[in-house]
Design a protein around this ligand. Structure first.
Ligand code: SF4
Length: 280
């Protein structure tokens, strides 16, 4: 399939903190549906090289667009909408990875698919991971887990590491933070445990929203019970995405929220450690 952008798109390589909108808007709806079904084309916010925080070693990260959650603290709300992303053929995405794959291997890293929610484009994700594995790259996905059930066990085996973002444990808290239920998130975590797939856990610490000790204790206990979580990361909330909410005309309820203090972060990390996890 030809590249639908005819080479007129902005550069693929960019910071996830760049605001990107409407880059795939010209793609007809019928082609979008076909792309989602086949995975021939993905919609990407950007590629970032040299990340040291999105999996082990140094990573090439592809940021997808589209997400089913509306987290109050989201720092990339421009990735919520599929058509904000650049339409990129699978071949081109694999070529992009090929440019870096040897260097990534030398640096003990690999390829990470993040978003947005990458499994909103699960066919593209699977085919990209298959391509990455053919090149011998370490593969990771950062996901909220809701659409984990759209991958077969065999497809999951092409992902070396699942970094599961958990936003809360009780359905009430999860809904408050993301606008959605978390039953399928927990189901996906349990399935990964049954399959003995390596996992990392991520928890964004937002003062006044997710800094609820009881919620953190429950998330930590759940993660520890899975027996496959190699690492838990507490990510301090920051305001780097604030301008995106403003530019997009969205109601940003975190406008007055300060990043957590070092003591707050240390306290949260301690909760995860107390559950028996390697937490940072
Ligand atoms: S799951 Fe991630 S991309 Fe989606 S709204 Fe939440 S923080 Fe943003």
């Amino acid at each position: 399939m030809s590249d639908l952008t005819d080479g007129r798109e902005p550069p693929l390589e960019a910071s996830p903190f760049d605001l990107r909108v409407d880059l795939g808007k010209a793609v007809p709806e019928v082609d979008v549906r076909a792309a989602l079904k086949s995975g021939d084309i993905g919609f990407l916010h950007s590629f970032t090289t040299g990340s040291a925080v999105d999996g082990p070693g140094i990573r090439l990260v592809a940021w997808t667009t589209s997400c089913m959650f509306r987290c109050q603290f989201c720092h990339n709300p421009d990735t919520w909408i599929l058509s904000n992303g650049i339409p990129v053929t699978l071949e081109r995405a694999i070529e992009e990875l090929r440019k870096y794959v040897n260097g990534l291997k030398v640096m003990g890293g690999g390829f990470t698919l993040s978003g947005g929610e990458p499994l909103m484009q699960n066919r593209f994700a699977v085919r990209l991971f298959e391509g990455a594995k053919r090149m011998g790259a370490h593969t990771a996905i950062e996901t909220n887990g809701v659409y984990g059930d759209r991958l077969t066990d065999q497809e999951l085996a092409t992902i070396d590491l699942v970094i599961l973002d958990m936003k809360g444990f009780t359905p009430e808290q999860h809904k408050r933070v993301t606008g959605a239920d978390n039953m399928k998130v927990l189901e996906f975590g349990r399935r990964l445990a049954e399959l003995k797939r390596p996992m990392w856990l991520r928890y964004v610490l937002v003062p006044g929203l997710t800094d609820v000790p009881d919620e953190m204790k429950k998330v930590a206990a759940f993660a520890a019970s899975l027996g496959v979580v190699e690492r838990a990361e507490v990510l301090p909330f920051h305001q780097m995405g604030r301008f995106k909410w403003e530019k997009l005309g969205l109601d940003y309820r975190m406008a007055k929220t300060e990043p957590p203090s070092q003591d707050m972060v240390a306290g949260a990390v301690e909760i995860f450690r107390s559950a028996g996890l390697q937490a940072y």
